[in-house]
Design a protein around this ligand. Sequence first.
Ligand code: AMP
Length: 367
Amino acid sequence: MLVGVVGGGQLGRMLALAGIPLGHSFRFLDPDPRCPASAVGEVIVGAYDDPDALARLSQGVDVATFEFENVPAQALAALAERVPTAPGVRSLSTAQDRILEKEFFRACGIRVQAFEAVSSEAELAAACGRVGVPAVLKTRRLGYDGKGQFVVRSVRDLADAWKAVGGAPSIYEAFVDFTAEVSAVAVRSRDGDVRSWTVGRNEHRAGILRTTVVPAPGVPAAVCAEAERAARAAAEALGHVGVLAVEFFVTPDGLVANEMAPRVHNSAHWTIDGAVTSQFENHVRAVCDEPLGSTDLRGASGMVNIVGAMPCRSDILGVPGARLHDYGKAARPGRKLAHVNVCAPDERVRDAQLRVIEEMVRRSSAG
Ligand code: AMP
């Protein structure tokens, strides 16, 4: 099949790298002709919401999907009129709005922290009075990697917080005192088969994911099982087709859902080397209406993101068991350039490999 993908970043590139062995080919829509996916398929150069570019993307493709979450819902709806498109508009628009997302989690019986929608400085003050401090003010839409967020520690911070979100419609949510962050990633096929991968523990720095370790160290198996159940329930409730990732905070009182992504997700990049079928391959299978593959773990797995600066490639490649996935992007502060996966026979070996890789990555970003 010819698969049309809105977005040509590294996620699109890895979708194609997984789908090409199955006999599929790929076409991407991206404003940058030299985007990471340009190495693995044709690129239609244009904006994600340009009707003409979307028409050219859909011309002759069998199915369409997206790898970029900020595609306008109307653009996806227009695409879906021309060609079978997955995930659907409901998944996209729920995940694009932090208020709709939290209301959706609640409706699924998934716990969320106290939150309120705010659209003026007066509403912010009122929300702060009810929800309390500490809290986080985030824009409702178009936030990623911790952008458009401000931590409110006292009422004196409110004016700065309102400035930080640019006065945009926002969510004021209680700060969660978590012991760990985990994500559960599920995939649902068109005929309703739902599978999930083993839950990973995530570490963020400056709002950007740095590492994922699987199975999640220090998180009880029952908590991981609950996260997996919640992600599967969310995929079912949305009638989602494709991969859906849900990020949670682990607290002494249980899980609190943070957010979801209706697409392949950075916290499941480890599945390329650590699972029988990767998130990318299963997403392609789901979109192309093919049976899903096993999500079983191949071994103790982990992933380290390379952000901002590339370490010495031969050092990374010299680490036994290290698998480098380089997106072919120019280095820029805060930019995800590559990731390194490990899949080891046991957790001790995995942790030793991860320590060496993390140290190399830390040295390169410090230098
Ligand atoms: P997000 O963009 O919502 O994924 O936030 C990025 C990161 O900021 C999260 O992974 C957390 O580490 C942190 N964070 C976001 N919201 C909260 C919150 N309500 N309480 C505590 N930490 C948060």
